[in-house]
Design a protein around this ligand. Structure first.
Ligand SMILES: NC(=O)c1ccc[n+]([C@@H]2O[C@H](COP(=O)([O-])OP(=O)(O)OC[C@H]3O[C@@H](n4cnc5c(N)ncnc54)[C@H](OP(=O)(O)O)[C@@H]3O)[C@@H](O)[C@H]2O)c1
Length: 331
């Protein structure tokens, strides 16, 4: 039976922030489907995560061609929920997908060629059961393809109506400035950049955020909780149902050193003083940046989405708190 969304879902209009200098607003918290939406994950839980997020006013869902495993499975999972539960709400949703990593054998299933990007977008639309996505990203820069070609493919998708906006991910400041110019010249301005950004990984502060603000491009920060490290998940051990505990493809137990755990505990102490969970403080710390439009969390449980969304009501930091955070991270 189709889902009846909560009538309260738009009770917090302050949740939506302009994406760069575009007319599009995104929720301060968005949901990513990298983990927990694959072929081996419980379909009922994946569905519950999507529907809970939507009921809370989270209108943006982020995918990529290769999310699963197997690659493509997350788009199929999301497509099923769209079809069975949210078909009547397509115009309330911002759905993004990407191409840039290995998808199929041979020279046309990876990287940044026009051939790969446009074929991949058609495949994504079939899996999602959609006529268009809202945002189509180049998932990573490709040093072997002229940036004009990769951006030309994004612009073609926009002009052809298969994507409403173009985005880039993992591009450095110089690549971003070039991509922005090419897209602007092609009449499909770059809406958004998706970089990794969290308390433990602040590379974007070395020039990217300035480029984005100058160009009027919104930033959506991925892995804001450092895949769960910046939460109460690993304070004392490695829970069996955690990412490091059961799916260590990208977060291995040996990355959770005692030194890291010491920093996590100190940050957790500071969050408690602020009256927040550590996850909430980690999200709030990103939201305080004017360049950041949205914080793109993952979740394995609906309660985690509820918790992280609580960050929005306490996103201001005193100078003293910021200094203390920097000291913990430097230690
Ligand atoms: N563009 C790119 O190259 C790229 C790369 C990576 C990710 N992304 C995007 O970013 C999204 C988010 O990435 P991510 O999953 O690494 O994000 P994350 O938010 O840093 O980590 C998510 C994990 O943190 C834990 N968690 C979340 N909320 C929690 C809470 N309130 N309390 C305690 N634990 C909590 C859960 O771990 P457990 O599973 O252990 O419960 C969850 O699976 C992806 O889904 C994808 O859309 C993009």
């Amino acid at each position: 039976m189709s889902h009846q969304p909560a009538s309260t879902r738009y009770d917090h209009p302050g949740l939506y922030r302009p994406c760069g200098r575009s007319g599009l607003k995104l929720p301060a918290l968005s949901l990513g489907l990298w983990h927990n939406f694959g072929g081996a994950d419980q379909p009922a839980n994946s569905r519950a995560l999507i529907l809970r997020a939507f009921d809370l006013g989270i209108t943006h869902f982020d995918l990529a061609n290769n999310y699963g495993p197997p690659a493509g499975a997350a788009e199929e999972t999301f497509g099923r929920v769209l079809r069975e539960d949210l078909a009547a709400y397509r115009d309330e949703l911002i759905v993004s997908t990407k191409a840039g990593y290995d998808m199929w054998p041979g020279p046309y299933g990876d990287h940044g060629s026009r051939k790969y990007l446009l074929a991949s977008l058609d495949q994504s639309l079939r899996r999602l059961g959609l006529a268009y996505v809202d945002i189509f990203y180049s998932h990573r820069p490709d040093p072997d393809t002229p940036i004009e070609e990769t951006m030309g493919a994004l612009a073609h998708a926009v002009h052809g109506g298969k994507a409403l906006y173009a985005g880039i991910s993992n591009y450095n400041p110089e690549q971003t400035a070039r991509a922005a110019k090419v897209l602007r010249d092609l009449g499909a301005p770059c809406l958004i950049h998706q970089p990794r950004y969290n308390l433990f990984d602040r590379w974007v502060e070395g020039g990217l955020l300035e480029v984005l603000q100058r160009e009027g491009i919104g930033a959506i920060a991925f892995s804001p909780l450092a895949q769960g490290l910046l939460s109460n998940r690993y304070l004392t051990g490695i829970p069996a149902d955690s990412r490091a505990g059961h799916d260590p493809r990208f977060l291995r137990p040996d990355q959770i050193t005692e030194a890291k755990r010491g920093q996590i505990r100190a940050l957790d102490g500071l969050a408690r003083v602020r009256g927040q969970s550590l996850a909430q403080m980690a999200v709030a710390w990103l939201l305080r940046q004017p360049a950041v439009t949205s914080v793109l969390v993952g979740a394995s449980k609906a309660s985690q989405i509820e918790d992280s969304l609580g960050a929005v009501t306490n996103a201001a930091f005193s100078t003293d708190e910021l200094v203390r955070i920097d000291r913990i991270l430097a230690g």
